[in-house]
Design a protein around this ligand. Structure first.
Ligand SMILES: C[S@@+](CC[C@H](N)C(=O)[O-])C[C@H]1O[C@@H](n2cnc3c(N)ncnc32)[C@H](O)[C@@H]1O
Length: 342
């Protein structure tokens, strides 16, 4: 599936606990068929050129989404080649047919770059669903890096001072672009990139190995962290900053997500959680209600970045047609700032 032709997670992307395997299978099949009928080459590249480069089928991050961070796809073989003589991991572990590498050039001074290995968007399999079922988790983190994650990463680059020397946690990170950007650009002390889906965390760990030289003094870890589980006591009350994107549409996890934030955020006047989430019906508002019920403070900010806001207005007005079917409800992430102090 190509996220660029499916700008946001489907309107009900989470698997509900009660939904049957059969309905999940149909949903996967439907997405695969839709992706096939709408796939196209990335803007600015011809199909011939794609075939020559071996990047056919790699249309990730092509044109839909906010495109705030320069990036392009590389065949996995090229990544392996460039790492051949480096100590950044065993090349056998780096990727497989199902994977693609996206090279990001980060706008944060110096020559910061990231190579992130993702699952190719058309390669979700029934095994993935069966595996996720075992862990009471959905597969949205494997599908792609969603548009809100890129906006979160961009926001973090533009507010890099707030992370300096801090201990940071990303929740429901999926591939964790924002966590990786914080690790590469902000001089954070430690960044923990977490998700409840163990397969997703496998990719995070792989990407930590590949990019190890990019993080300077910052310690970077991956973690399987399911909001529904009790968190390890040594993590309680320890994080200066928690970030998350597009994690508030799982209504069944609202309570546990709010409690996870409450228990892991350090009790200090300066600690805060920063969430970026599209409204998605009443799900964001309901989550904010639950945040308040848990005794946390929150602030909802619509216009938090002039570049993102201008792009949003252009997509919405149809002045920029690179994101057809753009709709504010599901595509424009709002910023939520959460703290435990008034
Ligand atoms: C829509 S994806 C967003 C991923 C990423 N933040 C992005 O925007 O690209 C939601 C993520 O939340 C994770 N997730 C869902 N329910 C969870 C739970 N109960 N505990 C931990 N992670 C969960 C999924 O595995 C998935 O990676």
């Amino acid at each position: 599936m190509d996220s660029s032709s499916s700008p946001a997670p489907p309107q009900a992307p989470a698997r509900s606990r009660g939904s049957s395997n059969a309905s999940q299978r149909w949903s996967i099949l439907r997405r695969a068929l839709l992706a096939r009928s709408s796939s196209r080459a990335p803007e600015g590249t011809s199909r011939d050129q794609d075939i020559k480069d071996g990047t056919i089928n790699i249309s990730r991050k092509a044109s839909r989404g906010f495109n705030l961070i320069e990036c392009h796809s590389l065949p996995i073989s090229r990544l392996m080649k460039s790492l051949e003589n480096s100590s950044n991991g065993n090349e056998n572990d780096l990727g497989c047919q199902k994977d693609v590498c996206v090279f990001y050039k980060l706008p944060c001074g110096g020559s910061s770059k990231l190579n992130l290995v993702y699952r190719r968007e058309d390669s979700l399999e029934l095994n993935d669903i069966e595996a996720s079922n075992r862990y009471n988790i959905d597969t949205t983190g494997l599908v792609c890096c969603w548009p809100s994650e890129e906006v979160l990463a961009y926001y973090c680059i533009n507010h890099s001072d707030m992370f300096r020397a801090k201990k940071v946690l990303e929740l429901g990170s999926g591939y964790g672009l924002a966590g990786f950007v914080i690790a590469a650009c902000t001089n954070a002390d430690e960044v923990v990139i977490s998700d409840g889906n163990p397969q997703v965390v496998g990719y995070i760990q792989k990407n930590i190995s590949i990019n190890a030289e990019t993080f300077g003094e910052t310690k970077v870890k991956s973690m399987i962290l399911h909001w529904d589980k009790e968190q390890a006591s040594e993590m309680l009350n320890t994080f200066d900053i928690i970030v998350a994107s597009d994690c508030t549409f799982f209504k069944q996890f609202h309570q546990s997500l709010a409690q996870t934030v409450k228990s892991l955020l350090k009790h200090s006047a300066t600690s805060q959680a920063v969430f970026l989430s599209p409204k998605r019906g009443d799900s964001l508002d309901k989550f904010l209600g639950i945040i308040k019920e848990n005794g946390l403070n929150c602030e909802l900010i619509d216009n938090y970045d002039p570049t993102v806001c201008n792009l949003h207005k252009k997509y919405e007005a149809g002045d920029d047609r690179t994101w057809p079917n753009y709709d504010k409800e599901h595509c424009y992430p709002l910023l939520v700032r959460i703290s435990s102090f008034c």
